[in-house]
Design a protein around this ligand. Sequence first.
Ligand code: KG4
Ligand code: ZN
Length: 319
Amino acid sequence: MRLLAIETSCDETSVAVVEDGRKVLSNVIASQIAKHAQTGGVVPEVAAREHIAAMMPVLKQALDEAGVTWAEIDAIAVTKEPGLVGSLVVGRMTAAALAFAMNKALLEVNHVHGHMYANWLGDGPEPEFPVLILTVSGGHNELVLMRGHGDFEILAETVDDSAGEAFDKVARLLGLGYPGGPAIEERAKSGNPKAVDFPVALRKEKNFSFSGLKTSVFYYLKENAARLSEETFVNDVAASFQEAAVTALVEKLLQAVRELGVKEVHLSGGVSANRFLRGRIEEELSRVVNAPLFRFPQKMEYCTDNAAMIGAAGYFESL
Ligand code: KG4
Ligand code: ZN
């Protein structure tokens, strides 16, 4: 089954053509990053307008790159929610109009399910259930037990911010711009993760919390405002923040691995692009007897928002 998939939940206009939920024939992503970098974050009204401008060229490019005609598309998948309402509407209306005009079925997909299906995209053996998924982006932060297609049990979620949002806010406080995740990761490479002892919240509790970490970075920087112009200071704060955020994520993941006995562990969502986080999970899993197989998205573009993952979720959830 060949799906045309559309994703417009935040600031990426993306259209993909995906075969049987795994084979990506095209995955075109028009990023609005340059636009939102000017304001230091996404302005919803601006994002919606940008989606309208980008949609038709992106759609055409996705069909061209896949080398398929409308007759070879079986159904249309689109992100239903969650996301910015004005942005979601552009994708949903486009998908609804295309489904009507081309006489195709319309599959509505949850954006977070899309992120979790990013690890089905690409080559190699198909994932085996049960799968434990740590899925973290700017908008969500969850630990999920997946027993089968469309069968998700949320084991833990954030009580306030997501780790991705904390990366973005801390980067802004450090003057590193938008989006924050890649900038923090880069600066942290040259910093000392033990320079500042930032708190790891809710260590013994079920859920995640990242607003306290964000606040403690805020007060630390307020007290040391004069040092913000020092490169090593910024690098050290970035590394220490990343250390605390990654520890908070990995501790809960590993506890669930020990308790549940799953076949695979998957990392997904925008924050799964972080190589330090991937490395820490690999390291911790290497100490577990009979450790489950660890996967993260096969391509960087499947970590952050993209339509291919929506095509995967749409396919597997309609089986
Ligand atoms: O999945 P995504 O594109 O959008 C949402 O659904 O929110 O995720 C974007 C988030 C942003 O918070 C961004 O800072 C974070 O993913 N991110 C990273 C990295 N790359 C993107 N966080 C940490 N390290 C990265 N390398
Ligand atoms: Zn996302």
